[in-house]
Design a protein around this ligand. Structure first.
Ligand SMILES: C[S@@+](CC[C@H](N)C(=O)[O-])C[C@H]1O[C@@H](n2cnc3c(N)ncnc32)[C@H](O)[C@@H]1O
Length: 249
């Protein structure tokens, strides 16, 4: 079972509740950052696009957006949102379908790289990104800092969220998220999420269990620069995450 396969239909509802205003602030900041650096009309590949948090507004603004996500159900939600706004966003569960395209910008934002737990797979994606970028094209991604999560594991038994909310329209949400670190180097986390409640008048319940690998900035940026010849353009901290912008040389 892939991450989010069980919960894709409730993903936006759950994440909007979980992060509240912080998530809309993050989205606005991601969009502003892209808009301030890249002209409309350029071709963007959103890798790990999810339900289109960035793909949809970027397409609305006039960027030519392609979306890849390994979870078909997340892409179905994205497609429904795109159709409702008359936007055309080609989607695929693998990069293979877009390998004949070349992009000005590839993004993998909001913890996407942490879902890739093997170094071999991560490096394979980076090689593909390099091949799929135009000369001078850019790659934007974020990495979470592992320490806050390790502290949560040590100090509060891994409990990241445990909230019950009653919403103004009568919907309800019980939201539990836990992380635990079991490997000796403490960078591979078991992620557990159990969410239930009432969404649009109907009860729902879903559970997720998957692993997240907390790559260090050195591991990722070292490979991109030394092995693939990318150049670091910018690194910006936001919350527990740092956003990195690289350019293909
Ligand atoms: C936390 S969500 C972020 C979604 C979106 N980027 C955003 O900013 O809201 C992470 C997404 O990455 C996707 N993902 C993880 N590993 C992937 C892989 N190897 N290939 C494609 N998508 C992947 C997951 O399915 C999930 O939808």
């Amino acid at each position: 079972m892939l991450p989010h396969e069980n919960c894709a239909n409730f993903y936006d509802f759950v994440f909007n509740n979980r992060f509240g205003h912080g998530l809309s602030q993050l989205t606005q900041r991601n969009i502003n950052d892209i808009q301030s650096r890249f002209p409309k009309g350029i071709k963007i590949l959103d890798f790990g696009a999810g339900t289109g948090r960035l793909a949809i507004p970027l397409a609305e603004m006039g960027y030519e957006v392609f979306a890849v996500d390994q979870c078909k159900k997340m892409l179905q939600v994205l497609q429904e949102k795109a159709e409702a706004k008359n936007l055309v966003i080609p989607t695929s569960t693998t990069l293979d379908n877009f390998k004949h395209e070349s992009f000005d910008l590839i993004i993998s934002v909001f913890t996407v790289l942490h879902y890739i737990t093997s170094e071999e797979a991560l490096h394979g994606y980076f090689r593909d990104f390099k091949d799929m970028l135009k000369p001078g094209g850019h790659y934007l991604f974020d990495l979470e800092n592992v320490e806050p999560y390790q502290n949560i594991y040590r100090r509060q038994n891994g409990l990241v969220h445990n909230r019950q909310n009653v919403l103004p329209d009568g919907d309800r949400i019980n939201d539990l998220v836990k992380v635990s670190f079991s490997t000796p180097d403490n960078t591979l986390a078991d992620y557990h999420e159990k969410v239930s409640g009432i969404y649009k008048g109907s009860t729902f319940e879903c559970e997720e269990n998957f692993q997240l690998k907390f790559w260090t900035p050195q591991e990722v940026t070292g490979f991109l620069t030394t092995n693939l010849g990318f150049e670091l353009v910018d690194a910006l901290a936001f919350g527990y995450a740092t956003y990195f912008l690289f350019q293909k040389k």
